[in-house]
Structures are given as structure tokens and as C-alpha cells.
Design a protein around this ligand. Structure first.
Ligand SMILES: Cc1cc2nc3c(=O)[nH]c(=O)nc-3n(C[C@H](O)[C@H](O)[C@H](O)COP(=O)(O)OP(=O)(O)OC[C@H]3O[C@@H](n4cnc5c(N)ncnc54)[C@H](O)[C@@H]3O)c2cc1C
Length: 404
């Protein structure tokens, strides 16, 4: 067990969570000269960011612009996203990609340029990918950058309470059964969403890792932080429904970008595969509810994702991880369609922030899935990794400035 005495007792900036948002925030805060401490509940690599497969959006194609990207976000959110945050998100996206490349992320290329895919709700091809392990590549690069910056990730250190008694924060941290306290000038909350806890409560499948339990957002609300759209949870349209090792697996949505079709039990297509996420998920549920779906061998509703439409060469390049997982489980998606059904995936809403990640509590910042507004009530695929990169850095920078 790690001795609790190894945890620093003071920080200018305390960052909570080692996913994309927390790593980016800690890097930026440290770069600004702040004494930065990063704590995280599980191991340093345990987060939803590392599980992200599909990709990250940025308007870098010749036929694209940040404004067009922003319009797609707003439309997909059904006009509920905060446009000030959206314009920051899409405006800084190309530079965020350049920064990730500087840190060593190698986006998949095609000819002279990037391999760009069109994702659900997008008006053009805008999704950059690192094969089908984009989140893993980004998290790995960010952990490397943080190590180079000299900031340690304190794993197995969970925030359990925090207060602001005299203008500064006092955080109570559980380190595998022992309690420690950290005094901090400012705090960046980057503890992700709550879909794992929500799925356990409802007895349904989720794509999320077990640390996605939402207690940090609850602590922030107790301290007075405002939240929005908290009731809005997103289903990934294509959860794995069969075989059992792949139940709850998030089949990359790039399967549909690269030609996979959704087919009901009668062999008919029933939806534009590249419609916004909630539209596709609702259409699958409707097919099943109205008796046009299929049933998995263990009695779950499902439809078919006809992945046999994907070219073998493309699958090798963009879906190697998914292909390996299915083939390992005895199914070759290039020769037979796979069974799919929506699964709980993402928390659309969360803490209210401004363009620098400031919550409504002075000195308290937030970034990533714990926040609300950037995606409104329906996030487009590929915009969460972008959200973590853009707003993580902004929150880290501003938290460092405010701590001085
Ligand atoms: C399977 C899957 C596939 C996805 N694919 C994509 C994709 O292709 N493109 C895309 O843009 N998005 C994708 N997403 C969504 C995206 O990955 C996440 O929304 C995003 O990475 C969240 O980042 P985050 O930093 O906010 O939170 P996370 O990455 O979840 O990190 C949260 C961190 O906080 C820690 N934590 C939680 N509670 C505490 C506590 N009490 N004390 C201390 N630490 C705590 C956790 O342990 C974790 O380290 C996917 C998500 C999943 C699950």
C-alpha cells in the first residue's frame, strides 16, 4: 500500500481525476508555474478517456470550418448547448490537435492528409482517429507530458469531502482506507461522469469504467456549484449485445462511418446510420419495442449492425482493436453482422462552467464529462475528447492564475 504520508499536504492547484480533462488541466497549471497536485481514485490509467475508441473532432478539412463544426454541435444538441462554450470548443479544436501531436499522438493518415471520418450529426468528415484506440493514445501522451513536467499522479487517492473554510480549499482524501488532507488555493474537478453508478442502479449495461460514479459532482453541488441538464444521460447507439464478453462494449461508431448498416429482424434498414446519436439509439429501441428486432441467445433485445459492408482493408486500418475483440470471441464482423443495442454511455449535463472552466463557486474549476453546457442535452461523438483537451487546458491555466 502507498503510504499516505507521500501525499502532499499543500497545493496551489489541486486537480481531481486522471482522465483527459484532469491530465490536460494539471499540465497547463504546472506550465503556469503553479505547484500542482493530481489525485485520482483508481490507478493513474483508470478512466473513461483511455477507453475512447472512435476519435476526436476538429474542423481541419478543406471543406470545413469551426463555425460549421459549431453549427453541427448546436443542431445535434437540439439547440440546447451553450454557444459561448461551443465556439471555444470548435474554435480551439485545430490548435488542440496540433498540441496533441506535439505530445506524440499520431493520428491516422490517408495519402497526404489525415484520415477523416464523418460521424453522426456531422455535415462533413471531421473525425480524426488513432486506429480505434484514440482515447488510449491521447491519455498515454498526456501522462507522458505530465511526467516530463514533473507532476506525479497520486493514484488510489479518492476525494471524499471538501470545504472552503477561509477562502482556500481543504480536500479530504481517502488513500486505501487512510485519510489525508490537502490544502489548495484552487481546485479543478475532472472526475468524469456517473454512468457506471447509474447503470448499476438500473441494472443495465454501460460502456463506462467502474470509477464513473459521480460523487465529486455531488460534493461540488453541496458547496454551492450550479449544475445543468443533470437528468440527461446519453446512450451509445451501438453497445455490444452478443456474445457475452462483448456485452456493453462500445462498438466504435466509426463502423457506421465506414459503411456498416443497421438492419432490423426483417432484414430492413430503418434509420440514417449517420443521424445524431440519440436519434439512432431511439430508432433501435423503437424497432425492438414494436416487434421488428431480434433477441440475443440470453433474451436481450437487439438489431443487426451489418459490419460485412466494411472493406477489409479499411477495417484493418481503422478498426483493428474491435476486429480482434470480436474474432477472439468467435465472430468475424467482416463475414457476419453483429448484434447491437443501445447502452448507457455518457453524462450530457453537469457543473455549469464559463469559458475558462470556472464553476459558480469562486476558485472551483471543472472540465470534461463532469461539466454541462458544452454538448447541451445530446453530445456528438468525438467531441468529448476534444472537450477534455480544450477545457482541461483552459481550466488548468485559469486555476493557476487564480491561485496566485
Ligand atoms: C467506451 C467509451 C468510448 C468512448 N469513445 C469516445 C470517442 O471515441 N470520442 C470521444 O470524444 N469520446 C468518447 N467517449 C467519451 C469520453 O471518453 C469521455 O467522456 C471523456 O474521456 C471523459 O474524460 P474525463 O477526463 O472528463 O473523465 P474520465 O476520463 O472518466 O476521468 C475521470 C477521472 O476521475 C477519477 N475520479 C472519479 N471520482 C473520483 C474521486 N472521488 N476522487 C478522485 N478521482 C476520481 C476517475 O478515477 C478518473 O481517473 C467514450 C467513452 C467510453 C466509456
Amino acid at each position: 500500500m502507498r503510504p499516505v504520508s507521500s501525499l502532499p499536504t499543500r497545493a496551489d492547484v489541486l486537480v481531481v481525476g486522471s482522465g483527459g480533462a484532469g491530465l490536460a488541466a494539471a499540465w497547463a497549471a504546472s506550465r503556469e508555474g503553479a505547484r500542482t497536485v493530481l489525485i485520482t481514485k483508481g490507478s493513474p490509467a483508470s478512466c473513461n478517456t483511455g477507453k475512447a475508441q472512435g476519435g476526436i473532432q476538429a474542423a481541419i478539412g478543406g471543406d470545413d470550418s469551426p463555425e460549421q463544426h459549431a453549427a453541427d454541435v448546436y443542431r445535434s444538441s437540439h439547440d440546447t448547448a451553450d454557444m459561448e462554450l461551443v465556439s471555444v470548443l470548435t474554435g480551439e479544436a485545430p490548435e488542440a490537435i496540433a498540441w496533441l501531436e506535439q505530445l506524440g499522438v499520431e493520428f491516422s493518415r490517408e495519402g497526404d492528409g489525415y484520415r477523416l471520418a464523418r460521424c453522426g450529426g456531422a455535415s462533413t468528415r471531421r473525425l480524426l482517429q488513432v486506429g480505434d484506440r484514440t482515447g488510449h493514445a491521447i491519455a498515454h501522451a498526456l501522462r507522458g507530458a505530465l511526467a516530463a513536467e514533473g507532476v506525479e499522479i497520486h493514484g488510489h487517492a479518492a476525494l471524499t469531502a471538501f470545504a472552503k473554510p477561509n477562502g482556500h480549499f481543504t480536500a479530504t482524501v481517502d488513500c486505501e482506507g487512510q485519510t489525508a488532507t490537502i490544502a489548495a488555493g484552487t481546485v479543478v474537478l475532472a472526475a468524469g461522469g456517473r454512468c457506471y453508478a447509474e447503470a448499476s442502479r438500473r441494472g443495465v449495461l454501460t460502456t463506462n469504467q467502474p470509477g464513473a460514479t459521480g460523487e465529486v459532482a455531488a460534493l461540488a453541488r453541496e458547496l454551492g456549484a450550479a449544475a445543468r441538464d443533470e437528468d440527461s444521460l446519453q446512450h451509445h447507439p451501438n453497445g455490444g449485445a452478443w456474445p457475452p464478453p462483448l456485452q456493453g462494449y462500445s462498438i466504435p461508431e466509426t463502423t457506421r462511418s465506414y459503411g456498416a448498416l443497421l438492419v432490423n429482424g426483417k432484414g430492413e434498414r430503418f434509420i440514417d446510420e449517420l443521424a445524431p446519436r440519440d436519434t439512432v439509439a431511439e430508432a433501435i429501441v423503437k424497432e425492438c419495442d414494436e416487434g421488428r428486432g431480434l433477441t440475443t441467445p440470453d433474451g436481450r433485445p437487439a438489431v443487426l449492425l451489418d459490419t460485412t459492408q466494411i472493406e477489409a482493408e479499411v477495417a484493418d486500418q481503422v478498426l483493428p482493436y474491435m476486429m480482434r475483440r470480436y474474432r477472439h470471441a468467435g465472430i468475424d464482423p467482416l463475414t457476419e453482422p453483429i448484434l447491437t443495442y443501445p447502452v448507457l454511455h455518457y453524462q450530457n449535463g453537469g457543473l455549469v462552467i464559463d469559458r475558462d472552466g470556472r464553476t459558480t463557486v469562486e476558485g472551483l474549476f471543472a472540465a470534461g464529462e463532469i461539466t454541462g453546457g458544452v454538448h447541451g442535452r445530446n453530445r456528438m461523438m468525438g467531441n468529448s475528447l476534444l472537450d477534455c483537451t480544450v477545457f482541461g487546458r483552459r481550466a488548468g491555466r485559469a486555476a493557476a492564475a487564480d491561485a496566485r
